[in-house]
Design a protein around this ligand. Sequence first.
Ligand code: NA7
Length: 535
Amino acid sequence: TASAAELDCDVVIIGAGISGMYQLHRLRGLGLKVVVLEAGTGVGGTWYWNRYPGARFDSESYSYAYSFDQELLDAWDWSEHFAAQPETLRYLNFVADKLDLRRDIRFSARVASAQYDDDTRSWAVTLESGDRYRARFMVTAIGPLSSPTMPRIPGIEEFTGEYFHTGLWPKEPVSFEGKRVAVIGTGATGVQTIQEVAKTAKTLTVFQRRPNWCAPLHNARITAEEQPALKARYPEIFQRCRETFACFLHTPDPRSALEVSDEEREAFWEQRYSEPGFGIWQGNFRDVMIDRTANRMLSDFVAKKIRQRVSDPAVADLLIPKDHGFGTRRVPLETKYYEVYNQPNVRLVDALSTPIERITPTGLETGEEAFEFDMIIYATGFDAITGSFDRIDFRGEGGQSLKERWAGGPKTFLGVMVEGFPNMFMLVGPHTALGNIPRSIEYNVDWVTGLMAHMRDKDITYAATTARAVADWTETVRQAGEGLLSNEVDSWMTGVNRNAGKTERILARYSGSAVAYRERCDAVARAGYREIKLA
Ligand code: NA7
């Protein structure tokens, strides 16, 4: 075992997004020496990279921010119920300043590989630049949606106009004014981009393969008069997030959609559709995500809304998903998204029946038509959940590769530890609760911090999980996902991304309740971490 003096630090954290920042703060509190390695030039992770037009929260701003520090809560005023990306990035920079985080963060430091050394019980983390950091422990804070994927269409590099992936958007302002713009992809990101670009582009052509079910965001400003009352509600807001299935503010109705009268059901859905946020998804009748009939009725309700909002019935029909029910993929929240298709400068192209065959120097071609564009925006998503791990060559005990270990799908203990990878802890890794992610992050970080404190107090230099613990947790994850309609659909949540060569659905995320997740993790801690091999 290497002595602490032979190592560069106690802990290396990979990533300075919401999880890496908070983990740094907590581990400093234990008196540990921590280095954070961050690929970007600034803090913020998701909110640093995703600068695309229209990027904003679909969670209420005040339910999304850090909850752990009263001073931070007091000192920050959100300007909108659902804040836009520039404000969120400002907020995360404000936190970094307040907690003086930057002095322990190395920026422009993209990690290429990490190797565990059995003899010294330490991790050697190597950057693309070749620089190396040796630490007793390694925490991955690399995010579930941080590995952008471009479509597999020939000719992308030949395009002579401007082109961007939404998740790698430049810092410099981008203008759409007077330009012929294409957007490829209609997930949560595409929807936000489209409604913004449509405002100023000369023409906007949207290439939609499979539509998603969207619902209105109903955003509004938070006035100065509202601020004090809102801040007084913080304890209640965070308490609510601790009690709900996926840490959102919205609570489901205990009734079945099938037990109420048609009028009651319709009135309930009208109300949810007219309320801000994820209510129609997370605060619906208890059975709409598990019962096919209930889900079909809800889908029919939302389809009717789409038809009412889009003037051309053929376009409306194209925007209504046929292959999956409402809420079984991530529901993009929107602001006049459907109305965009009533604008004369906007055209929707069905890229399912006529796929894009190639990108040309001046535009693109489907089997039927050639298009000319000044700009192409790829809103084609991420190699989610495991993609950020695949990009780094993680090597555990005996040099084994994490990518190989997870070839058939990830296997973890509590989503935090991997067999054969001692002293490595994952924040919002595969098989943890996601949902309103910062709430899950804070729990994850607190739990890892608790374990680190325990080890520090007992002079423990080795922590590993066992095959048995991993098998148990994998089974828990499988059971938690049983019966959920969302697990029967291809999406990033089920690990499908053809652009990343991932064609089979896997058990990618823990889809049970965050409350149950925390109970299980708390039990491990309460029992003195006996389920973890400590030495
Ligand atoms: P998503 O939700 O994975 O969406 C990606 C979109 O890109 C989706 O509509 C895809 O269609 C489309 N896509 C991908 N490849 C192609 C090709 N080759 N041609 C046409 N269309 C294509 O990613 P987002 O970034 O929107 O959202 C990810 C999450 O990040 C989001 O849920 C938030 O929580 C934050 P498909 O559905 O595969 O037919």
